[in-house]
Design a protein around this ligand. Structure first.
Ligand code: UDP
Ligand code: MG
Length: 140
């Protein structure tokens, strides 16, 4: 059975462009319930730790510098089949390949500045939620 939690961040360029409200609205219309949320700026070290799975890849330095370059919104979400349904809602990593109507198609500016993060597995969703939130901050 698939899990019912996933984790997302509205990335710095989407926050800076004023898309926060429209993106959160699409999460809610898509059937996701917010169970924790905060407005925060990651340090470079925190971004490197969060994206540790991508260490050594050619885009790692650009990604972690970018993700620590300005404020983000970090959100824990709940829905049946959360990880898969959320990845369908946001669309492909590269907005040029994302389906019409998906969040990345609507709001991303490039493959790196692609508006939102989405967890890739139930296991990573829980790790990512715990990275950003203490148990007291999660209201489920
Ligand atoms: N990324 C990038 N270039 C690439 C692949 C990924 O800049 O060729 C960035 C992009 O911001 C992406 C993040 O690294 O969202 C994590 O990559 P991943 O493959 O996990 O994509 P996602 O799960 O976010 O769709
Ligand atoms: Mg990923």
């Amino acid at each position: 059975m698939n899990g019912n939690k996933t984790f997302t961040m509205i990335k710095p360029e989407a926050v800076a462009k004023g898309y926060t409200g429209k993106i959160i609205d699409q999460f809610i219309v898509g059937g996701f319930k917010i169970i924790a949320m905060k407005y925060v700026q990651l340090s470079l070290t925190q971004a490197q730790e969060f994206y540790g799975i991508h260490k050594g890849k050619p885009f790692f330095d650009e990604l972690t510098q970018y993700m620590s370059s300005g404020p983000i919104i970090s959100i824990a979400l709940e829905k049946d089949n959360a990880v898969n349904d959320f990845r369908a809602l946001i669309g492909s990593t590269d907005p040029n390949e994302a389906n019409e109507g998906t969040i990345r198609k609507r709001f991303a500016e490039s493959k790196s500045k692609n508006a939102v993060h989405g967890s890739d597995s139930d296991e990573n969703a829980l790790i990512e939620i715990n990275f950003h939130f203490s148990s007291k901050e999660i209201i489920s």
